[in-house]
Design a protein around this ligand. Structure first.
Ligand code: 5GP
Ligand code: MG
Ligand code: MG
Length: 179
């Protein structure tokens, strides 16, 4: 275990099992369609890679980068598109792949953008959800784990751009934030 990690909340095995289940559910629900699966960078990059390998129907992948947090642990409420999609979503079934839903501000902004671009449908798969901190009125269509109000890192999730490469998800030691 990384020496900055205080506790592992979700092991690699537990995450991989959940990602397989999500892939199975999505493959079943979208059978006969050809959804555009959108990774919200950077946090969802590992989830997107693992999830897409567990989707057994034809899909197309695209990537979008938004910023809401900077280096802090709280949402600013302001969302900015840093990198837009390559593909048009007009008339497409769109599935947004998110790492974690906290306030929900990032996602409600994204959903709004994609609906205004005339996507046929917009659904969300989030690996983690912190419903206790929601300020926007929104829920994921597919959720991996409901988690308590703690700041987690690993499996794509960062603190100050670090720890994204950890294969598990955990909480940092308090001294990491103060150093
Ligand atoms: P929201 O807009 O829902 O408040 O949060 C959006 C983004 O903030 C998430 O997609 C994620 O990138 C980041 N975020 C929210 N909670 C956490 C957390 O516990 N840990 C980390 N590393 N990032 C988080
Ligand atoms: Mg995210
Ligand atoms: Mg971040």
């Amino acid at each position: 275990m990384h020496s900055d990690i205080q506790e592992v909340l979700y092991s690699e095995e537990v995450i991989q099992q959940k990602v397989r289940e999500l892939g199975t559910a999505i493959s079943r629900d979208y059978d006969g369609r050809n959804p555009l699966v959108i990774c919200v960078l950077k946090g969802a990059f590992i989830f997107m890679a693992d999830l897409s390998k567990n989707i057994t129907i034809p899909i197309e992948l695209d990537f979008m980068a938004v910023s809401s947090y900077g280096n802090s642990t709280r949402s600013s409420g302001e969302v900015k598109i840093i990198k837009d999609l390559d593909a048009s979503v007009e008339g497409r079934d769109v599935l947004i792949v998110e790492d974690i839903i906290d306030s929900g501000l990032t996602l409600s902004y994204l959903i709004d953008v994609l609906e205004r671009r005339n996507a046929l449908s917009v659904n969300v798969v989030a690996l983690f959800d912190k419903p206790g901190r929601r300020t926007a009125d929104l829920n994921a269509d597919y959720t991996g784990f409901i988690i308590p109000d703690a700041f987690v890192v690993g499996y794509g999730l960062d603190y100050a751009e670090r720890y994204r490469n950890l294969p598990y998800v955990g909480v940092l030691k308090p001294e990491v934030y103060s150093s």
